[in-house]
Design a protein. Structure first.
Length: 94
């Protein structure tokens, strides 16, 4: 979550700098703000993709654990499967 906060902060500050630079006619400030915003947005896109990939992996692991636990009547493994599937759902939807 720290990455999300940092990226949101930098995107917001960059956008504000860009707007102020455009308003004041300062190409340097506007350019700096646009660059800061673009970098933060790109980092957030990469972070989101990584979270979704981790979530998918946990969904697959959870499904396998639930299936094996159910087939072998191993309630502990089945419960871990439910936990991993839930974790995967959260990671994919953040």
């Amino acid at each position: 979550m720290t990455d999300r906060l940092s990226n949101t902060y930098n995107s917001t500050v960059g956008g504000a700098k860009q707007t102020v630079g455009n308003t004041l006619g300062s190409d340097q400030l506007a350019s700096s703000g646009a660059q800061q915003k673009a970098q933060a947005d790109a980092k957030q896109t990469a972070t989101d993709a990584q979270n979704k990939a981790s979530g998918l992996g946990n969904n697959v692991l959870g499904a396998a654990q639930k299936a094996v636990g159910g087939a072998t009547n191993d309630k502990s493994m089945e419960a871990r499967g439910h936990g991993n599937a839930a974790l995967g759902d959260v990671q994919r939807n953040v």
